[in-house]
Design a protein around this ligand. Structure first.
Ligand code: SF4
Ligand code: SF4
Length: 222
């Protein structure tokens, strides 16, 4: 999932300062799972903005809505009849959601309330960990489903750096050494032979430097 954290209230207040009618729009997918932009967080932010305005003697109107997904047109369409009633949409979607709204509602001011962080997993309640950098050429099949690009601090493809201690990374005593995990998992799977291959560096041309990436599938087109 895409993870994100809410911006500080002071930054949000500064962005919305010129506007009186605000629609706080959440997203029920990834950012709901990481507790930054779902229905609950929409309610909390809307209440905070109302309370803050009241304490400062300012009159604002803050409404709330949470779309199932803010990056898919079918769900964004729910806003079509609403956007004209507001000065601004304050989005609690990820960067993709904010830009999808802007794409659909060309003349509408859309502001981000979140800082989009990374692709990751929910490790435990309240803990999210990055585990994929979307390199465009997944090599998890060679590395026992542990991503060395993301989870090894040095992004090593051909074995550990030698600094690991008690199974932890030398750069962070709380983080498991990715290469320790890779070797243990390959061993358990009887696939240590995969370590005999020499893996070339990641081909970052698949990930960056050519503008936005696209996936276009004819079989999914209507
Ligand atoms: S190898 Fe690339 S696509 Fe696969 S998990 Fe790592 S960063 Fe993501
Ligand atoms: S200790 Fe392990 S995870 Fe950390 S940089 Fe070295 S090989 Fe990578």
């Amino acid at each position: 999932m895409i993870t994100a954290e809410r911006k500080p209230l002071s930054e949000i207040k500064e962005m919305i300062a010129p506007y009186k009618k605000i629609l706080v729009a959440g997203c029920g997918s990834c950012v709901a799972e990481c507790a930054s932009g779902g229905e609950k967080e929409v309610g909390l932010l809307a209440s905070a903005l109302r309370m803050d305005a009241k304490m400062e003697g300012r009159k604002i109107e803050v409404n709330e809505i949470t779309l199932d997904r803010q990056c898919v047109y079918e769900f964004i369409d729910q806003l079509t009849g609403l956007v004209g009633q507001f000065d601004v949409i304050l989005s609690l979607g990820c960067g993709a959601g904010v830009q999808a709204l802007a794409d659909v509602f060309a003349g509408v001011i859309i502001l981000p309330a979140l800082n989009t962080a990374f692709i990751g997993q929910t490790k435990e309640a309240g803990l999210w960990i990055e585990n994929c950098r979307a390199c465009g050429d997944c090599k998890l099949g060679y590395f026992a489903a542990v991503c060395p690009i993301t989870r090894c601090a040095k992004g090593l493809f051909n074995g550990p750096c030698g600094g690991s201690k008690d199974g932890k990374c030398e750069t962070d005593p709380d983080a498991p050494c990715a290469w320790q995990l890779i070797i243990e998992r390959l061993d358990k799977a009887g696939r240590l032979d995969l370590l005999q291959n020499v893996y070339p560096p990641a081909d970052w041309s698949k990930q960056q430097g050519k503008g936005p990436r696209k996936i276009h599938r004819e079989d999914q087109s209507i």
